[in-house]
Write a protein that binds this ligand. Structure first.
Ligand code: AP5
Length: 607
């Protein structure tokens, strides 16, 4: 059996044969090739063929845009589903950063092409889309990482680790990356990419019949298809990837940068490049200062990504806070969520959105439960209002007044006294209240010419009374000015004689759905329970819905690990599927706030 013996000096003894000779790989040659499985005239196991496109024309450190010798070399892992674009991005990374690209897929294909004992064993697994046994792959990776070029130039590990046991092997060998990149691409795109992929056996370049067609008929004629790129095998590879992805990546959650890989390869690379450049700069500084800047840079870069596209406008996001079931929440947790809501809402308003809603359901703000803390809600509203007032906008904060007549007159219990609280709150030392901030109620009469923006505090139907007519009148009067609903509850409530459930229901729902979510946060629980927390959904405009799983790491600390992202708010079924690692279909068209409610599997019927 193959094995590798770790050593502290990072040299490994291994029984893996044949072993490529370090001397045959110059700094200018590629460490691997995407077409290495092909029995080519240029091919030998010791000397993988040179790729001839631009980046391999780099022959000296001077030619590299980044001179790695002045800073500690980068150690990067790149992961993602089959055809998520790992190989494509690796080509670009090598071109720009000169790292040694180590792709387990390429190494294995090279063994297969060379007809080695390992290759013969691996072939059967690879052709059927299954994972090659860990011990084979681990020995190969360890041997390759221990070579001098990887130590000198830094490395880019592609497609490894793919299982928890592979990740553990690396940990045991004390091999850890600086950054763990995950390319996130929806399933249907992946299948398209795989089936259309073609490789050039002469240059090693990756083409796609639709997205990156070959430059000439001559190249087109020689292109080949990978044996594992049939639709059926891709689906099976994808399934295997999903089963293992979380376990394989969990050791790296604090250095993970998730990147939306569904965009053009140039856009994806822009984000990759920016992270790597920042990281490299920090490493250079670290050598001089011995400081911790790399960690800060890394965190910033990860935060950018977690928000979706690397925008620096989200750079304060620090992952989901823990201990959310403990209430009251600490000041830090509350502040954390206020900041998150404010940033998302400001981005939406800056983008010209005028009908917005914020749904934040941390336990202290969950209107469905008894712990609806009016103080927390008011603090959030104050923070949001002041943030717009700071920009010179005149904000009207509105709480609905009493509705209905006679015996049915009243307001929802949760809002009782809230207008008074708003009036008495500390609105800062600069006289904002009465100038840039005004307090009002809900209705067309509240809309005044000088107002720039309206924040409506938890508008909701009360038993027997519907707020929607007042709301509609107010939004009509507000015209193009932004109206932001905070934790609105516009669903129907039982009314006397069942009137509210039927009359005008369609219009009510349509109106409610006309508000676009700019912030959404909700904890997920197992069916029928409110403990422990199973995970969370977060959406912060303009980014996708993010689905997180709460996990307890071996030290007993809890953390939230991202499972998936969605263009629209995921249904209960989609959440269950993501938790079970099943593939998903992103073609669903959502209907705004009205999402079908099914309680399937272990997840509570949360919607
Ligand atoms: P491997 O070769 O690593 O396959 P994979 O992980 O399935 O990834 P792919 O190479 O298919 O895709 P990619 O993400 O590199 O995408 P690409 O850039 O080519 O592994 C193969 C097999 O080896 C495994 O199934 C397993 O058997 C074995 N193996 C490997 N590692 C192992 C391990 N650690 N343990 C056990 N077994 C292991 O892009 C795909 C296509 O999309 C191309 O046509 C490209 O042109 C196009 N494309 C790329 N980016 C874009 C974009 N942004 N827009 C449009 N098109 C794009």
């Amino acid at each position: 059996m193959l094995h590798s013996a770790p050593s502290s000096s990072f040299h490994h003894t291994t029984t893996l044969h044949p072993s490529p000779s370090p001397s045959l790989l110059s700094a200018s040659s590629p460490s691997s090739s995407r077409h290495a499985w092909l029995p080519l005239r240029h091919f030998s196991f010791q000397t993988p063929p040179l790729r001839t496109h631009n980046h391999f024309a780099l022959t000296s450190p001077k030619a590299l845009k980044v001179n790695c010798s002045t800073s500690e070399p980068l150690k990067i892992m790149i992961s993602g589903a089959p055809a998520s674009g790992k190989g494509t991005q690796c080509e670009l990374i090598v071109q720009k950063f000169g790292l040694v690209h180590i792709s387990t897929g390429d190494l294995l294909r090279a063994e297969v092409a060379a007809g080695t004992e390992i290759g013969n064993k691996a072939k059967e697994f690879m052709n059927s889309g299954r994972l090659v046994p860990d011990e084979i792959v681990t020995a190969m990776v360890a041997a390759r990482l221990s070579r001098e070029d990887a130590k000198q130039r830094g490395w880019l590990l592609d497609g490894y680790p793919r299982t928890s046991s592979q990740a553990e092997s690396l940990e045991k060998m004390q091999i850890r990356p600086d950054l763990y990149i995950v390319l996130d691409v929806p399933d249907e795109i992946l299948i398209d990419r795989c089936v259309g992929r073609r490789l050039d056996p002469v240059t090693g370049k990756i083409y796609h019949l639709k997205f990156f067609p070959p430059e000439s008929e001559e190249i087109k004629a020689r292109l080949v298809t990978r044996p594992d790129d049939t639709e059926e095998k891709v689906k099976s590879r994808l399934e295997i990837y999903k089963q293992n992805a979380e376990a394989a990546s969990s050791s790296y959650s604090n250095i993970t940068k998730k990147i939306d890989g569904s965009r053009s390869k140039e856009e994806v690379f822009k984000e990759v490049e920016s992270s790597l450049s920042q990281l490299q700069q920090s490493k250079g500084k670290i050598l001089k200062s011995g400081g911790t800047e790399i960690q800060r840079t890394l965190e910033k870069s990860i935060l950018d990504t977690k928000k979706g596209s690397g925008s620096s406008s989200q750079d304060k996001w620090r992952g989901i806070p823990t201990r959310l079931n403990n209430i009251p929440h600490s000041r830090e947790i509350r502040q954390y969520f206020y900041d998150d809501v404010i940033k998302a809402t400001q981005r939406a308003v800056d983008d010209g959105k005028t009908r917005l809603k914020v749904d934040i359901n941390i336990p202290e703000l969950n209107p469905e439960m008894d712990v609806y803390r009016i103080g927390t809600l008011m603090e959030l509203v104050r923070g949001l209002a002041l943030s717009f007032a700071d920009d010179g906008k005149r904000v009207k904060v509105c709480v609905q007044g009493s509705m209905g007549e006679g015996a049915l007159a009243g307001m929802p219990l949760q809002l009782a006294g809230s207008r008074q609280i708003l009036e008495f709150m500390d609105w800062g030392d600069y006289g904002a209240k009465g100038t840039f901030i005004n307090i009002g109620s809900i209705g067309a009469a509240e809309v005044e010419e000088q107002d720039d923006l309206y924040i409506l505090v938890a508008p909701q139907n009360a038993v027997g009374n519907c707020i929607i007519d007042d709301l509609r009148a107010m939004t009509n009067a507000a015209e193009h000015r932004p109206v932001i609903l905070i934790n609105a509850r516009l669903k129907d409530l039982p009314g006397s004689s069942g009137i509210m459930q039927t009359m005008g229901r369609d219009q009510r729902l349509k109106y409610a759905a006309s508000f676009e979510s700019c912030y959404f946060f909700r904890l997920l629980y197992y069916a029928g329970t409110q403990y422990p927390i199973m995970g969370a959904i977060r959406m912060s405009y303009p980014y996708r819905y993010e689905l997180y799983k709460r996990v307890d790491d071996p030290s007993g600390k809890e953390k939230y690990v991202i499972l998936s992202t969605f263009l629209e708010r995921p249904t209960t079924d989609e959440i269950n599927d993501a938790f079970e690692g099943k593939p998903r279909n992103e073609t669903r068209k959502g209907s705004g706030i009205c999402v079908a409610l099914f309680c399937r599997g272990f997840l509570s019927g949360i919607f």
